[in-house]
Design a protein around this ligand. Sequence first.
Ligand code: F0G
Length: 473
Amino acid sequence: MSKRSAPTSDRGFDKDAKARTPQSTFCFRCIGCSSVTPSAAQDFRCSQCGNLLEIAHPAWKSGGLDASSLKSLWRERRSSNAALDLSGVWRFRELLPAPASGKPVVTLREGNTPLYELPLSSRITGVARLYAKHQGMNPTGSFKDTGMTVAATFARQSGCRWVACASTGNTSASMAAYAARGGMRSLVLVPEGKISWSKLSQALDYGALTCQLRTDFDGCLQLLQELVKRAPVYQLNSINPFRLEGQKTLALELLEQLDWQPPDHIIVPGGNLGNSSAIGKALLEMHELGLIPRLPKLSIIQAEGANALVRTLRETRGKRLVTVQAETRATAIRIGNPASWEKAVKVLQATGGACEQVSEIEIAQAKAEIGAEGIGCEPASAVTLAGLKKLLQQGFVKKQESVVLVLTGNLLKDPDFTMEFHRGELFSATERESARLNPYRHPPVVLDATLDAVIQTLEQAEKSEKSDTRSNA
Ligand code: F0G
């Protein structure tokens, strides 16, 4: 196979005059023994103790990063048409690892996602200041793109031909897209029959070599860890700390959208626990650099059937990972052996956040409620609203506090779930509790193609809506 030529647009830092402001020289630091190295092996683990590495920015300690200058520089870039500034990730490049001079950045103009108010969910929960940061509005439809632009850039810089990941679907879709943009080949390992067709079809279209393995996500990830030691592939799972650096920008962009006034709570779904770790790292760095006056509480919500972190905290106080055999219809977070659990425990402790679990029915209801806002999201994202309701019941979140839910994936990522939900086929007839979801269902109606039939249906809908309103009054 011949090496594909890489695109030359979207040039890197040295072509962009503004990017010459402090560039972050970085190193790798072990989250276990704190040892520091200038480079990392392909497994991104510490050569001393085997724990995960994170990226550290020692140059920040010597000053040079002034909070108010950074804020104006980042705002100014929003009116620039330079490729790096158009990316909602690289716009914050002072807080990211810098690619080598002259090396191109692989970008699809990721980030720049909306922060929505949620009036209906506000009414349901009683939280007046409730927002959704919708990462499903990224180029491939999930939050993964913000990390992938950074990790793919460094993969390409390292000269590798193949990048690889294990995935529940979104990472593979994103990796395949960024590999294609960067002129690299991609190898995808996904659990057979356990990811949505929509995500799988993205990987195929972006040209990945896609292997559906007869195992679950945890089995795919384990195999990948062996593979990177034997084959010349560059791993792009969230074990790769460059991914987490890019995903930090969710928090930077969010705080900028809130005029740097931190919300009281940020609530995020937890699967392999890379995203919560990245958001937590960003909050701690922003606090350290004086960009925000106080830390929001970062809380993580899991599905009951994939609750490894919940159990780890309850049963071992976060000291030892409790793995589970994961099962949930929110397939994106169907993970029982999360790789970044220690990083997640640290950020929960540092920000004072909570960790909760929600049932399948609670997830489906919350997803329908977010859909009714005219926004929509995939099931894994809806755990945030379901989790918020629990945290309110427990008194951990107060109604007068401000809350941001991180919606991680687009509604279109899992059309099977949505169709089955509206047709009443998602839960078995024996699950009587699911009857309470009936008011949220809007199944399609099949009619003869006549005006009368449509008008009659319209009148019926109007009548039942009026009686619903009366019975709710
Ligand atoms: N939400 C969505 C839509 C996801 O796709 C994922 C993870 C998560 C939440 C959880 O994020 O793993 O950082 O805690 N998806 C990965 C994948 C595992 O392969 O696409 P996490």
